[in-house]
Write a protein that binds this ligand. Sequence first.
Ligand code: FES
Length: 186
Amino acid sequence: MDETNGKSPVSACAFTPGERSLPPEVEEELKRKVAAAEHPREMAVDVMYALQNHYGYFSDTALTHACDILGMTHVELEELATFYDYIYREPVGKYVIHVCDGVVCYLRHDDAFFRALCETLGVGLGETTADRLFTILPTACIGDCHKAPSMLINGVFYGPVTPEMVPGIIADLRKRAEEDIEVMCR
Ligand code: FES
């Protein structure tokens, strides 16, 4: 078993999403953008992303804020949030791994890629590691078919990825997270 399997010296509380109040300047900026749009709906996804970035995921608090800012109902925004794979209604890890389960990728890895990820992290698809560093989310085509099999981690594409490459990629991200903590503690 890989030495990084589900374990990390990083404090478990380091990435616990907080319900910090939204700074007034952030709220004002979002309201300004919504007011400038032809219809508030055009800005719905941008507002949801901005609030998700602030809260760590699109929490109920974030949803309520988004409703206030956009003048839309909970139901309308809930429908949008559950439609988009990149809006997270549940807490996620610091690194969200969108592993492609589209046809092109699947034909090239035949499950081996998924197994390598799950074995390296010690969690199943759709789950988050106990240290809250990684969440694996199977996602329909991530738009990187020419580099299949591919995955997207916090906006960065990795592909083509072999099962053998997975432990090294995870170890690098773990190291980066530890360095972030060191910087925060200085
Ligand atoms: S099918 Fe995997 S990126 Fe398109």
